[in-house]
Design a protein around this ligand. Sequence first.
Ligand SMILES: Cc1cc2nc3c(=O)[nH]c(=O)nc-3n(C[C@H](O)[C@H](O)[C@H](O)COP(=O)(O)OP(=O)(O)OC[C@H]3O[C@@H](n4cnc5c(N)ncnc54)[C@H](O)[C@@H]3O)c2cc1C
Length: 330
Amino acid sequence: MREREGCHADPRLRRRRRGSGPVLAHWLTRHGFSVTVVERAPAPRMAGGHAVDPFRSAMNISEKTGVLPRIGERATGTTRMSAHQEGSRRPVRVDLTKIFDAASDRHVEIMRDDLSAIHHDAARDDVEHLFGDSITQLRMDTWSRGSVTLVGDAGYCPGPAVGGSTSLAVVGASVLAGEPARTDGDHERAFPAYERARAEHIRGSRAGAPSAAKTLVPTSRLGVWGLARGARLISSLPAGPGRALLVDNTVGTSIHELALARRRRERGLRRRRRTERARRANRRDAGPTCTSTPPPPVRPSPRSSGGCGPRRTGPPREPPRGVLDGGPEP
Ligand SMILES: Cc1cc2nc3c(=O)[nH]c(=O)nc-3n(C[C@H](O)[C@H](O)[C@H](O)COP(=O)(O)OP(=O)(O)OC[C@H]3O[C@@H](n4cnc5c(N)ncnc54)[C@H](O)[C@@H]3O)c2cc1C
């Protein structure tokens, strides 16, 4: 592997480890840079952390890195979730495969540290790692200043409600690794180009966060109920409509709002049925005379009773087979 002149141990190519760090390190080395990764933790984390969901964009990069089979091996394999609601004895069972399929056509759930370790292994032989060391923490108004740039959570500040921030970090790392290669190591051109390439996407993801937060962290009992019903609804639908519902959700209609709308519709339907029943009962009490608007003239039918009941308005039809003749023909 060629080493780009003047780039060895350059501070701008030092990276922290974990989600975006190993990906950035790997791709920088593939572009010919020499990389030092500084990690505050004393050793590679292997404990598992929490589950993350790399989506298609991140999976494509993992495929190019050559680590897809290992990611598949380490996938959590979670397919079902049972949520227990306070005050309800029946758990809400959610088919997670439907939710995942609806969210992305290429997706895997994996523990964060497993994903990190897999990408770390891919670059292990070509990257220098300094564990138990620390980079000075920075506060910056922009992603880049001088020879320093930010990637992943440190730069994008996605917050808990931005879905797929692991994917944002992985894609950001791969884009960032490509820019110095294009500008021959000139960070003054590379970093703004990286920011231009990713800023709009990141801003878009962050813009959706408030409505996602409303969906994922409901603040009322009704909201919790709606979220559970929404998840159950998507679980019960085939992939296509479920996907449409989730896509709709990302542009502003939250899952629980959909469930609440459905509940309102059902309530309205029940109210209309009650009113209709009451009206019919009133009519019965008023006697046998037809008081409603006379129905439109109909052709006399041999079966027509001539009363107030439902009338067939078309020509007389054959009675359905199997009803009058004792059953279908063999
Ligand atoms: C509870 C929880 C659940 C989540 N669920 C999901 C999910 O389902 N899907 C999803 O896509 N994302 C999820 N995320 C977000 C996801 O974990 C992050 O977006 C992703 O790990 C970002 O990668 P990163 O490299 O930017 O940061 P990190 O993975 O946090 O890595 C940063 C690394 O830098 C090291 N470090 C920190 N400070 C210093 C320093 N001063 N010097 C040296 N090293 C330092 C840290 O030790 C760490 O190893 C979740 C996050 C949390 C907390």
